[in-house]
Design a protein. Sequence first.
Length: 296
Amino acid sequence: MALSTMSSCFSRNGDSTTPWAAISMPDNPFHEEILPAIRSEPSQVQLEAMCHCAQPLTATGYQLFYQVQGDMCLKIIENGKQKDVVIREGEMFLLPARIPHSPQRYENTVGLVVERERLKTEIDGLRYYVGESTNVLFEKWFHCEDLGTQLIPIIQEFFNSRQYKTGKPNPDELLKETPFPLNSSSVMEPFSFSSWLNDHRSEIKQKKSLSMFGDNFETEVIAYGPGTTEKSKKNSDIWIWQLEGTSTVAMDGKTLTLSAGDSLLVRAQSTYYWKRAEECIALCIAQDPKRKQPYT
């Protein structure tokens, strides 16, 4: 079995030089266009569909999963054992950093995965394991810039390797110590996003905003109700997903109205003003590497 610390995905974004990029999604919470698989762009929002990744990846940052259509299976290693995390349609799941994982996607399924651009100092790893064990058969560690171009030669190298042909690792090619300690914590259970939203609807409206996962994670997922965010600037990209009602975002002398199903990518260090109407419910997602927790 192969697990990894990253996921095979593709992104739907504007040009990296533009401060924002809007996507209209009228009949579905996601755009109907499906882009080619295994594509990674330098931004935080990445869409996945029908990605079959048998290689376990290990990433240094958190990954937020939301299953739009159909179910998926996220194979992980938890506390030294292989485990299947089934994320069903409509469910959300936050994967902690440094947990080997392999997303298994099937035909006619669509899912959203949010993860950030890697820092220059960060390393990701791709590993193959011996059978159903956690014994490493083959591994490669690298700085991830473009997953689509970087994964393919590593996979080809594995299939041409002696390890693949014999099923036995070469101790001389395995690291005695990984570039970072793997995470041994237990993961959360996937949960219904719509149920969470309904359970907290009145609280969101009263408080104007509510963090879904608290303040202890690198990934911030905040549900916003009616109100106004005065001129604001973030260190990282943010992704706004309009769930209900409308809101307007003003930036660089332009104003954009978001309706239910629309989303907007606001680039890092962009000053914006966000006004949310009375019936507004919107999700705002950010992954600031400065919130990254020290390794334990």
